[in-house]
Ligand binder design. Sequence first.
Ligand code: ZN
Length: 305
Amino acid sequence: MTFQLTVGEATITQVTELARWPFPPWELFPDATGEQAARAAAEFGPGYVEERTGALVLAIHSYLVRIGGTTLVVDAGNGNHKDRPNLLPHHRFDTDFLNRFAGTGTAVEDVDVVVSTHLHPDHCGWNTRLEGDRWRPTFPGARYVFGRAELDSLQALAATEHPEGVAADLVRMYDDSVRPVLQNGRWEIADDGHLLAEHGDTKVVLRAAPGHTGGHLVAEIRSREGGAVISGDVVHHPIQLLYPELSQAGDADPALARRTRDAVLERCARDGLLLLPAHFPADHPFTLIRDGGRLRLLPVTGHHA
Ligand SMILES: [Zn+2]
């Protein structure tokens, strides 16, 4: 399950780590009602809401961006073999992601830049892979880019004594997916507006998109002809297009997350940007159109790699 599209001088390829990642609605969105899930099922179909269980279906995608001789990975999935005993949906994956990655025609050695929209386990896991008993950078020639606020808050958490529960797993994530990269020395900090790559009229720029986490970023690819947004966890599931007030259980600041979600989706609709979500179980991008009082999500097909 993958697609490839061109935005100006950039070629963007979706690399799927997990095609189906189902959750009970209230686990993802604590305020979601059965009625809301039923309406989402009717609107989006069984690919998005399981008929038998009512589970909301997510996926996990990375995006490979090639522009002017520079190769970027935006969001590095969950990774294999990582202990997340307090975040069981993330615990000890064993997927063929690296084979799928190789299937794009790009070798991990050829990646120049790796960036995470935010530092949660399903967005920076493939920063590293297990070699023997050591975590090594999966992309050995890459410069890893971290949002400043995101890395600061994770390092503050990692410095606390006796973290418990989810915090303990975030510290595990720091130790197995971030610290080995920092120790390797090829990394840098990014703020809002950070230019990742540029070629001709096309730019790849990081934009602040806080709320899910304090330092969450999105990657925007813009050219004269159009653009796309790799949106990370600004939006988790299309049910949030029907019910924009639904806050995901992991949102650090739900009110800010909603404002950011509204703003990013509105920008997609207004500027005709393609939406490339991290977690929609779809092998195509989306466009958004304003339809009366709401934003409507439209699949954009015909981009299969
Ligand atoms: Zn996520």
